[in-house]
Design a protein around this ligand. Structure first.
Ligand SMILES: C[S@@+](CC[C@H](N)C(=O)[O-])C[C@H]1O[C@@H](n2cnc3c(N)ncnc32)[C@H](O)[C@@H]1O
Length: 233
């Protein structure tokens, strides 16, 4: 992975952290030795226009394909994969330490139903076939609080249109956020583009909801008294 990042920097470029703290030697080793076995990156770089999403993901043996974008340290991704062995989970994350952490658990727990993409998610989004994915989740994307940084937000009109295209059914794409500003921003995208995208559903999550408290980032927000908003489309 580290070699691909230096050879194809554009694919891995992103505004936030990539490697927040120095990679430990054991993480470098894990990435060098095992990343290619579980990752889609090389396949995406060499993709021909004839390659279908099923071929890319080798998903024919699975009942469903679920994508998690920006999985952070991978807690929700790993838990989901362990409790749904017949579902293929595709995890997208640019944060190298997070990727290494997940890879370590894949090896330790012999998890067979996770594929990883360490590139900026938009490169994965751009190559997936229409109606090829059963569910997509973005758990607390980076909020980019300052107005001048809103353009960095991952959830924008362009990406929403693409996500609607690749996900098979309506209301199978989920975003959670603790940022009221981001929540309002996404709602505004839906309401001002109702001619081209279907409407979304909103909810403030509570304890019994499936995506409540599923990540460290979310739990920290909850502890600080923040609401977790969920948008479904
Ligand atoms: C605020 S963190 C939340 C992490 C995790 N979902 C959680 O709730 O703990 C957002 C994550 O999204 C990742 N991310 C941001 N933009 C991305 C992109 N374009 N492609 C893939 N991952 C991205 C960041 O590296 C970061 O780990």
């Amino acid at each position: 992975m580290l070699d691909l990042r230096s050879k194809f920097p554009d694919y891995y470029q992103y505004h936030g952290r990539n490697i927040s703290k120095k990679l430990s030697l054991s993480n470098v080793r894990i990435l060098n030795d095992y990343y290619s076995k579980y990752s889609l990156d090389k396949k995406i770089l060499n993709l021909s226009s004839k390659t279908s999403t099923e071929q890319l993901l080798q998903s024919n043996l699975f009942k469903k394909v679920i994508i998690e974008v920006g999985f952070g340290d991978g807690e929700h991704l790993i838990e989901s994969a362990l409790s749904n062995p017949k579902v293929l989970f595709v995890g997208s994350e640019v944060y190298v330490n997070g990727v290494a952490k997940v890879l370590k658990q894949i090896l330790e727990k012999d998890i067979k139903n996770i594929r990883l993409c360490g590139m900026n998610f938009v490169y994965l989004l751009n190559i997936l076939n229409q109606n090829s994915i059963d569910e997509l989740k973005i758990i607390n994307p980076d909020p980019w609080h300052k107005k001048r940084h809103f353009k960095r937000r991952l959830v924008n009109l362009e990406n929403i249109i693409k996500i609607i295209g690749i996900v098979k059914n309506k209301y199978a794409s989920y975003i959670t956020t603790d940022s009221e500003s981001y929540f309002n921003y996404i709602n505004e995208i839906f309401s001002s583009n109702s001619k081209i995208i279907h409407e979304n559903k909103n909810k403030i999550l509570s304890k019994n909801d499936r995506l409540y408290g599923v990540s460290r980032y979310q739990r920290k927000a909850i502890k600080n008294g923040k609401k977790i908003y969920q948008l479904t489309f």
